[in-house]
Design a protein around this ligand. Structure first.
Ligand SMILES: NC(=O)C1=CN([C@@H]2O[C@H](COP(=O)(O)OP(=O)(O)OC[C@H]3O[C@@H](n4cnc5c(N)ncnc54)[C@H](OP(=O)(O)O)[C@@H]3O)[C@@H](O)[C@H]2O)[C@@H](O)CC1
Ligand SMILES: Nc1ncnc2c1ncn2[C@@H]1O[C@H](COP(=O)(O)OP(=O)(O)O)[C@@H](O)[C@H]1O
Ligand SMILES: [K+]
Length: 492
């Protein structure tokens, strides 16, 4: 399990503040730049001992400064070296000092022509990237990509937005990225994650407390975020003490999704699970269920479940069918922890405010699990807004009052209070029909264990991802359900 510090993610802007705090507390900022540049050179020398030549590309700011420090280290090591820079005569502060220590010639960046055998040290833009990269940088990125040159990026591949993970015009696809103190959201969000190659976090000597003090409430998802909230069964446990999940089934031709949620909830440790089925689907559901209990969905049954303290969480939406009746049902469940998924999200597309107002008024514990399309239906303005997936999820959580699980291969979990986590353990094999229904069921099981909604959602997304890894290539929603018990984090 990663230590708490290693899970934090810090935006480029906050990292700039950390820098200023470090300087304010008397730490020598040039020493930090030297540590950063030397770490980049050390990694490159170790990875590419037989390089034809190291080509150090330096930008106009402190990222370029890291590059000049690295260049000096290559020269000391006797490596073959070329340096290209933007505005190398007009640098300021630490970057100018780093440049002054380089004896080799620095050619203008626009003069660089990629050659097979080159190993590029990308120190053009880091945290300070503020707009699309200029044409000559885009041209070098395209040429280096075409020749598949190895690229070691300082802090972040140039062109990648460290906050959002988006590409600003063009971006290097690095083989390695050496970042400093802590990872940035753009290292984990897509497409950024795929451009960083192997990511190395190097301690350049800023006290961790200074980094912690500026870090927002954003982490990489992992057991450290939620394991305290997950209680395993004890000798005193009985089935209802482990939580009772009720899942609402769709009609006879669309009942499979709810059954997947129900069996997933059971495998994820709910003590009891009931599938609540319309009368027309009772027979098909009965034919497929064993440990999951079955109950007919009528208003008396729903009232009884709402009044039964042993029923601890609901799942509604998978395979249910979009209708006004579903809206009414979902709103009626909000007195207990509820997972709203699939059709229960789409059903509110025409009137999302009614759902959000009900959640706020009830102070309800709700986890919503939209994929991109469902997110767009509930939050059309946010879906098309600029900014990162984390910001969009946070705004959606604050607006709706629910914990939002904004799905995808970089699923973001966000709480109304601003906490957020980026999930990184989900294999692409999870892109299979029914996989979201499984996630909804696991989430309800976590809520039924009385985990708070944010922790429950983080746990469920992580366990779902790890189940995907365990089930492996060719997984189906069924094989995913089977391996859930093997995917729990080791409790400490
Ligand atoms: N964090 C730490 O503790 C430490 C961090 N360190 C290093 O510092 C880096 C951050 O440095 P930084 O703030 O100077 O930003 P950086 O990325 O060099 O770019 C700024 C320059 O680029 C320019 N510019 C921007 N976008 C552009 C574009 N599209 N096209 C053209 N120009 C563009 C921008 O111009 P402006 O926007 O002002 O017009 C400005 O001149 C960080 O990533 C890490 O490597 C270490 O040295 C030590 C400890
Ligand atoms: N390429 C991918 N890599 C990792 N996880 C993915 C990928 N595509 C989808 N997933 C995950 O699989 C699940 C799919 O859910 P959803 O889109 O609701 O599908 P369905 O409705 O078929 O169940 C989500 O948890 C999502 O995060
Ligand atoms: K860079």
């Amino acid at each position: 399990m990663l230590h708490e510090f290693e899970r934090i993610l810090i935006g480029p802007r906050e990292m700039g503040l950390v820098d200023a705090d470090a300087a304010g507390s008397g730490i020598d900022s040039f020493r930090l730049m030297q540590n950063a540049g030397e770490a980049v050179a050390a990694l490159a020398l170790a990875r590419y001992p037989d390089s034809g030549r190291f080509v150090v590309l330096c930008g106009p700011g402190n990222n370029g400064g890291d590059g000049y420090v690295a260049a000096a280290a290559f020269a000391r090591a006797g490596a073959s070296l070329c340096i290209y820079g933007i505005g190398s005569e007009d640098l300021k502060g630490d970057a100018a000092r780093a440049r002054a220590r380089v004896e080799a010639e620095v050619a203008p960046l626009s003069a660089y022509a990629c050659r097979p055998g080159d190993v590029i040290i990308d120190a053009i833009f880091g945290a300070g990237l503020s707009r699309d990269v200029p044409q000559d940088v885009a041209r070098i990125i395209a040429d280096a990509t075409k020749l598949r040159l190895p690229i070691v990026a300082a802090d972040i591949p140039s062109g990648l937005d460290g906050e959002t993970g988006e590409i600003r015009g063009a971006a290097f696809s690095a083989t390695d990225t050496v970042t400093f103190m802590a990872r940035k959201p753009g290292h984990l969000l897509l497409p950024g994650r795929e451009l960083c190659g192997a990511l190395h976090v190097f301690d350049i000597g800023i006290p961790k407390r200074l980094v912690m003090a500026r870090a927002g409430k954003l982490w990489e998802n992992g057991p450290g975020l939620f394991s305290d909230a997950l209680a395993g069964p004890t000798a005193e446990s009985h089935k209802y003490a482990r939580g009772h999940v009720a899942v609402f089934s769709g009609g006879p031709t669309s009942s499979g999704a709810a059954r997947l949620s129900a069996t997933a909830a059971l495998k994820a440790g709910a003590g009891a699970v009931t599938l609540v089925s319309p009368s027309e689907a009772l027979a098909v559901n009965a034919a497929h269920l064993n440990a999951v209990m079955l109950r007919e969905a009528d208003s008396r049954a729903i009232r009884a479940m709402l009044g039964d303290h042993r029923v601890s969480a609901f799942v509604v939406g998978p395979g249910y069918g979009v209708s006004a009746a579903l809206r009414e049902l979902a709103l009626s469940l909000l007195t207990k922890p509820t997972v709203l998924d699939a059709d229960a999200l789409t059903a509110f597309a025409s009137e999302p405010k009614s759902l959000f107002e009900a959640i706020h008024a009830e102070g309800a514990t709700v986890v919503m699990t939209p994929h991109e399309g469902e997110f767009g239906r509930l939050f059309p303005d946010l879906a098309s807004a600029s900014g990162s997936k984390v910001e969009r999820a946070r705004k959606a959580a604050a607006r709706s009052g629910a914990v939002i699980v904004y799905k995808g291969s970089d699923t973001v979990i966000a709480a109304p209070d601003g906490r957020a986590a980026i999930n990184t353990n989900a294999p692409a094999d999870l892109a299979t029909a029914g996989s979201g229904d499984v996630l909804a069921g696991i989430t309800a099981a976590m809520l039924a264990h009385a985990a708070p909604a944010f922790e429950a959602a983080c746990a469920a997304v992580w366990i779902h991802g790890r189940s995907g890894q365990v089930a492996g290539g060719g997984l189906t929603a069924e094989t995913l359900v089977d391996v859930i018990p093997q995917a729990f984090p080791e409790m400490v």
